[in-house]
Design a protein around this ligand. Structure first.
Ligand code: MN
Ligand code: MN
Length: 364
């Protein structure tokens, strides 16, 4: 698709459909609905503290969501945006959201479709008050054939499909520009919202994650809870030019999954929120169905890799709607190295080994 031609999201989807005659118009319409929800959320978020003046405070509401976190009003508003746009579309059999304990049903009497929409309506919302980029993440699955045939209400089990079953995945990032990054299983395309037209325009036709990188992103304050393979990887990065990697690394940490994924998609890097021993009840922080899987599909479609550290992320069979999991993604060679460290026996830890000895920054 020539970049010099101005291509809107609508045109892009029509063109995709021409290339894959099996793709249905319903599917395109559903992606369009998700894009509309993202535009609405982007507008809402852009008002920032002006909402205070308008008497609509975006701060903590006091309500606690199913994850046990304080739910901010913008999380709820963003959830409503997705629900309102999608539930009347006729393309969905049901929806699941970070903000809802149980799947959302299509209202009685409304037409139902054959797809499932899963979303994190506002990712990185703890960054709202400091005006750092936030985003929305979504994933589209096929509803089980029996659900479509019977028209019955959806259950959590209907959503427990591995990442390989995703038909499409995307995120919107609300930063200096609003962008939509999308895969329908044929590479990854980035669209920039043209504020004068209100249209997402194709600006990044074929995004590729560089295979190598000198940037890593991890929350180092959790280092005492890391497993040995993660500690080894980070220690080797920190050892820089004089260590086994023979090159210096930079560290980044935004604490906003969408912003980290976007940076890595644009210029490479590796992101780790690994399984750790901090809280035995939560063997990982991020959510499989609406964070790890959609970001994982985008990474893999862009030539990168997503992993639990031990297994490919997209192969994991989910066991719960809000399941948490260790997530590592980004430049292929780095993720493969981290997986290798998880499968190799741990190197001998001794004071003779500079990486694990007294000079290590992350010694335990
Ligand atoms: Mn999130
Ligand atoms: Mn969220």
């Amino acid at each position: 698709m020539p970049f010099s031609r101005r291509v809107s999201l609508t045109q892009y989807l029509i063109e995709q459909r021409r290339r894959f005659p099996g793709a249905s118009g319903d599917f395109n319409a559903l992606i369009h609905d998700a894009a509309i929800a993202c535009k609405a959320i982007g507008r809402t978020v852009a008002f920032g503290a002006l909402r205070d003046l308008l008497g609509d405070h975006p701060g903590a509401q006091g309500a606690v969501n199913v994850q046990g976190e304080v739910q901010k009003k913008l999380d709820v508003l963003s959830n409503d945006c997705f629900m309102q746009v999608a539930q009347w579309s006729g393309h969905l059999a049901g929806m699941a959201s970070e903000e809802l304990e149980l799947p959302a049903q299509i209202p009685a009497g409304q037409p139902r479709g054959k797809y499932l929409l899963v979303f994190d309506p506002l990712d990185g919302s703890s960054n709202i008050d400091v005006n750092v980029s936030v985003g929305s993440i979504f994933s589209i699955l096929r509803a089980p054939a029996e659900v479509v045939a019977s028209g019955r209400e959806v259950t959590a089990e209907d959503f427990l499909q591995p990442g390989t079953a995703q038909l499409a995945a995307g995120y919107a990032i609300y930063g200096p520009t609003t962008m939509l990054v999308l895969t329908v299983g044929d590479g990854v395309a980035g669209f920039t919202l043209d504020p004068t037209l209100g249209e997402f325009m194709l600006t990044h036709p074929r995004l590729q994650v560089p295979a190598q990188t000198q940037e890593f992103a991890i929350n180092a304050s959790n280092s005492r809870f890391w497993e040995p393979p993660v500690r080894r990887y980070v220690d080797e990065c920190l050892a820089g030019r004089t260590g086994p990697r023979g090159k210096d690394f930079n560290m980044r940490w935004i604490a906003s999954l969408v912003a980290e994924a976007h940076r890595i998609l644009m210029r490479g890097g590796v992101f780790l929120y690994p399984r750790d021993s901090k809280d035995p009840a939560k063997p990982g922080r991020l959510r499989l169905l609406y964070e790890a899987n959609p970001i994982g599909m985008i990474m893999e479609q862009a030539g990168g890799r997503a992993s639990t550290g031990r297994d490919p992320m997209l192969a994991v069979q989910p066991s719960g709607l809000h399941q948490r999991i260790g997530l590592i993604f980004g430049s292929r060679e780095e993720v493969e190295r981290i997986e290798r460290y998880h499968h190799e026996p741990a190197p001998l830890v001794s004071d003779d080994n500079p990486l694990f000895g007294t000079r290590s920054l992350f010694r335990h």
